[in-house]
Ligand binder design. Structure first.
Ligand code: PRP
Length: 215
């Protein structure tokens, strides 16, 4: 039997995802070693491997089949635009992709002025403004702390994740438009889905059962 390889986005998401896999009987004791720098963990009995990758790289590993399955945020799936199957919404990590900025930017947005939009998610921002709103904007890619951009005058607005809203609030910014809801998703390599259909389908339906009992 071949190994099924599961890529998890490093960080908060990985912890919750692992807890869900534990609930369906897929455990990896090795992964619980505190402060370990190890990146790949194997359950020999079940022939399952987990590895931790940067969130943005998870869809890449899955598209190329280096991982059969991935657990990653919808934001990353949308931004990366890889060829894969999104098969399950795990519901945790729920937040929203939004256009945010100072209250004054609302009018400029409404009148379709040529504004600058800073974001860690240039593809999502572009798709939203160009394809959904048919509004021409200038998109500036940043790598983090995007809320700074409108404060220091780099852009009029930002496209970013809003969870509790406290980062915006503390920086005097507000949500101006909601783009889409986000949460953790399970993605599957298109070939693996055919080759390992039985094992993968079972895993997905077990995860779905866990979600049902929670709901
Ligand atoms: C994310 C996001 C916002 C913040 C939203 O940043 O980019 O800055 O969380 O959360 P809130 O609505 O609960 O305040 P993250 O912590 O991932 O770091 P980053 O700024 O480096 O992107």
């Amino acid at each position: 039997m071949d190994y099924i390889t599961i890529a998890l986005a490093k960080g908060r998401l990985a912890k919750t995802a692992l807890a869900m896999f534990e609930q369906i009987g897929i455990t990896c004791e090795e992964m619980k070693v505190p402060d370990s720098r190890k990146l790949i963990f194997t359950n020999e009995e079940l022939k399952i491997r987990f590895f931790l990758a940067k969130a943005n790289d998870v869809p890449t590993y899955v598209e190329y089949g280096a991982a059969d399955i991935g657990v990653v945020g919808k934001d990353t799936i949308l931004e990366e635009g890889r060829k894969l199957y999104e098969v399950l919404d795990l519901k945790f990590g729920a937040c929203k992709m939004c256009v945010a900025g100072p209250e004054e930017a609302r009018e400029k947005l409404r009148h379709g002025e040529l504004i600058r939009v800073a974001s860690k998610y240039p593809h999502i921002a572009k798709d939203y403004f160009y394809n959904r709103k048919h509004q021409t904007v200038e998109i500036i890619k940043l790598n983090g702390s995007v809320e700074l951009a409108p404060i220091v005058g780099l852009s009029e607005v930002i496209v970013d994740i809003v969870e509790t809203g406290s980062t915006l609030k503390e920086n005097g910014l507000v949500v101006l438009e909601e783009i889409c809801p986000l949460s953790a998703r399970v993605v599957v390599n298109q070939v693996s889905m055919k080759m390992e259909n039985e094992r993968i389908t079972k895993m997905i339906s077990d995860l779905r059962d866990v979600l049902m009992t929670k709901a």
